[in-house]
Design a binder for this molecule. Sequence first.
Ligand code: WTA
Length: 641
Amino acid sequence: MDAISPPATHQNAHAKAEDYHALYRQSAEEPDAFWLKQAERLHWFVPPTRAGDWSFDPVDIKWYEDGTLNLCHNAVDRHVEERHGDQTAIIFEPDDPADEARHISYDELKREVVAMANALKALGVKKGDRVTLYMPMIPEGAYAMLACARIGAVHSVVFGGFSPEALAGRITDCGSRFVITADAGKRGSKTVPLKANVDAALAQDGVDVDAVLVVKHVGSDVDWTEGRDHWLHDKVSDAACPCEPMAAEDPLFILYTSGSTGKPKGVLHTTGGYGVWTATTFHYVFDYQPGEIYWCTADIGWVTGHSYIVYGPLMNRATSLMFEGVPSYPDASRFWAVVEKHKVNLFYTAPTAIRALMREGDAPVQKHDRSSLRVLGSVGEPINPEAWRWYYEVVGESRCAVVDTWWQTETGGIMITTLPNAHAMKPGSAGKPFFGIQPQLVDNDGGVLEGATEGNLCITASWPGQARTVYGDHERFIQTYFSTYKGKYFTGDGCRRDEDGYYWITGRVDDVINVSGHRMGTAEVESALVLHDKVCEAAVVGYPHDIKGQGIYCYVTLNAGEESSDDLCAELRAHVRKEIGPIATPDHLHFTPGLPKTRSGKIMRRILRKIAENDYGALGDTSTLADPSVVDELIETRQNR
Ligand code: WTA
């Protein structure tokens, strides 16, 4: 595919092609000097004297260890102290376009964050305590994160689309004694009963917290547990609340994410390295210029919202737009209506949204003036070249730089991307490693692959934003990321590198699937299915889906005497939604009397994936199966659908 040269209309003030090469070389050759220099972007109470101190074997990762700082101070107070308090920090665009947008200045942000931090203190939250956030996409979500950071509490944000069951698991796993939520949230005119979900989570056996802090947002009726539940507005105060000096390696947040096996893992990020990483990547990748309006459409429940709605932009004193709603409400032109209304310059979204909107044609886009746009970002899953071109040509009028940013919850921030106007862009390729990133492609035996090639994507050297551990289970951290290829961080992604050194992510090579940019462990959906009393066994795989990228395909065997039916399909779908949340709703249920297994009882997922993809030519060797006839039966059912 031809490379597209940087549009000549805008020059990147922060990095040109030559600068990229020079900076990248320096980041590789003198990482300590490079990262100490980048650390100067932040305000430190005690500046660090050295940068990285890490090893991948044994696994021990530290950055800026002797420095102290506070990220709330960097994202909020610092700008007020530097006399930028009247600049807009957050623009809030509500779900219903008829409701008024809000502009929150850095002064106001500071007042709100202090007020909430005082409320948390009044409830007994102390430095190091975990606080679970279950919030709609409203500014109070950002206030809550920053209030935690301010007092040294560790936030664990749980996406508001997760079910009470999933929320309960995430509260207990990190021993959180506090929950911050809202009465309800709004999405596409629907009301999400967040407080009721928290009540349901806390009603489960063994789930218990000291306090629930509730933001009044929608005004809906809520049940109340006296002594436990508190309205935010009853607890706030404007008393002085200084930013707690945090050691660079003190935890900042936990964020649960799915892996190949078992329950979601509480990925832990610390303060100094994460701060430097998100501030630096935001600065270069979005080429942010003072006064510009930046909008990331992610939810704060995902890492993209943490790093690129809250911390990265605010530490750069950007104006960050928070949108409560969905791209399709009131109609498919909403994104572009918001771009026009708030004169958005930098826009960051997911390929699944681009594909869904592309299906609606060009008219909804062209209805609105998009001349403010300068950089268009993509994140969360591979973007197919067709969607890339539509984004570039129709949305961006072939005028804007497109950055396809590859990264993960565990990487804290962007790892592979082109830089606007510094690099030529190739539709479908994430591009080049960011400063300090040393990608390596290896074969299944760990053999290093050189030049233009395809393999499993590893990173061989630590970077400041790297996750430090899995909360409460360091062994699992080591096992998951550093044991497949000893001494290297394994991403779980497959990747191709072309002759120009551009990286093309091909998708997960493990049992993780990516559904509408949401990462999901097939094992989680399987566990949910087998909890149903009619289900004997389940195997879940991903299959190509036009809009979602991947759909969820479930093979299900029923208990003896149970019959498959449309009703049962509906029941199982509802069951998975209840256990995990709507994002995990199965797309396909395939009832089968048996699953293909090896003689030792291992399910042959490779075969199940191929059948789900309707690809029967490449089933490979089925002779090791305990009962090869199972495969014929599966194929027959698949073809008859
Ligand atoms: C996938 C989201 C291709 C990838 C920030 C990764 C991508 C997983 C891209 C992490 C991209 C993310 N191109 N694939 N630009 N960005 N991915 O933890 O498979 O929710 O491993 O972090 O998403 O998902 P996570």
